[in-house]
Design a protein around this ligand. Structure first.
Ligand SMILES: [Zn+2]
Length: 303
């Protein structure tokens, strides 16, 4: 079992415990949340072991969110099946807009790491990009995406022009080791797109399977051999904060206090979700309820 005595990103020894009894969805144990005094990285001090993490992402993570029984089902339909997936699709639209400023050639090799059903590759494909790959633990997803013309990550042809790490880094056990392991997939000009939730440990309701919470400084230290060429940290305006407060007031009142979860089936919840998808679609709202509310994203290149 890992028990961090130093910051996993900058190795600083001066750590502050900011939360005891931190809860992780796929484990019954209780965890400590720590903050590094130097790079402001927040992390789980005593994270679950790798086996436990791999097992969760191999089967449970996507299955809890999108279940498909029929492989003939249309890709876009899958991507709009649940309120969470609708929000992911919107996020992918924003990601494409940001990334496509830097990648124009449709023949470039692109990898979506930890893709799930990959709304991002769906959009790249729609925009006529031809060389699209995914890495995903869940084999049923890989099998499905292959039928849609998306390649499975192939170790033999392993250099990419763009690697997308959308909502990946906060889930991995050891981000430093993870970035090292990616090096074999890089050439001199490979773009790396990252996207992580920003300070979601401060939020009342979150997914609770994150082990790392990055600051701008800790992200830059993690990618110390790279150059940050563009980034953004999302902020909520007054109206966004107000709407979120209302949503969560009702969620707390009707669902959480009765020990229910957002993903648990119930008729009221089903209709609430349908209404939410409708509101999200017509308003193009920036607010997310099921996925990360505020993101920190950007592009690195090797230097
Ligand atoms: Zn640190």
């Amino acid at each position: 079992m890992i028990y961090y005595k130093n910051c996993p990103i900058c190795k600083n020894k001066n750590l502050l415990i900011i939360k005891k009894n931190f809860f992780i969805e796929y484990s019954k144990k209780s965890y400590y949340l720590c903050k590094c005094s130097k790079c402001y990285h927040v992390f789980v001090k005593n994270p679950p072991n790798q086996n436990c993490i791999t097992k969760y992402y191999k089967k449970k993570f996507w299955n809890d969110k999108i279940i498909i029984n029929n492989e003939d089902i249309n890709w876009k339909k899958i991507l709009n099946k649940t309120p969470g997936s609708v929000e992911r699709y919107f996020r992918a639209t924003r990601q494409y807009k940001f990334i496509s400023k830097y990648i124009k050639d449709k023949k470039k090799r692109i990898l979506d790491y930890g893709s799930g059903y990959s709304p991002l590759m769906f959009i790249f494909k729609k925009k006529k990009f031809e060389n699209l790959h995914v890495f995903e633990y869940d084999q049923s997803i890989i099998k499905y995406l292959r039928t849609q013309g998306i390649n499975n990550y192939n170790k033999k042809k392993n250099k990419f022009d763009l690697i997308c790490l959308s909502h990946v880094l906060e889930h991995v056990l050891d981000p430093v080791r993870f970035i090292k392991s990616l090096k074999k997939n890089l050439h001199k000009k490979t773009l790396i797109y990252f996207d992580v939730p920003f300070q979601d440990y401060k939020e009342q309701f979150s997914e609770n399977c994150h082990l790392h919470f990055f600051s701008k400084r800790s992200m830059q230290i993690l990618f110390k051999e790279f150059k940050l060429i563009d980034y953004n940290i999302e902020i909520h305006g007054f109206l966004d904060r107000f709407l979120l407060k209302i949503f969560f007031f009702f969620y707390k009142k009707f669902f959480f206090e009765k020990g229910k979860k957002i993903t648990n089936p119930s008729i009221i919840l089903k209709y609430t979700h349908k209404i939410w998808i409708y509101i999200k679609n017509i308003s193009f709202s920036n607010i997310n309820i099921f996925i990360s509310r505020k993101d920190f994203y950007g592009i690195f290149i090797p230097q």
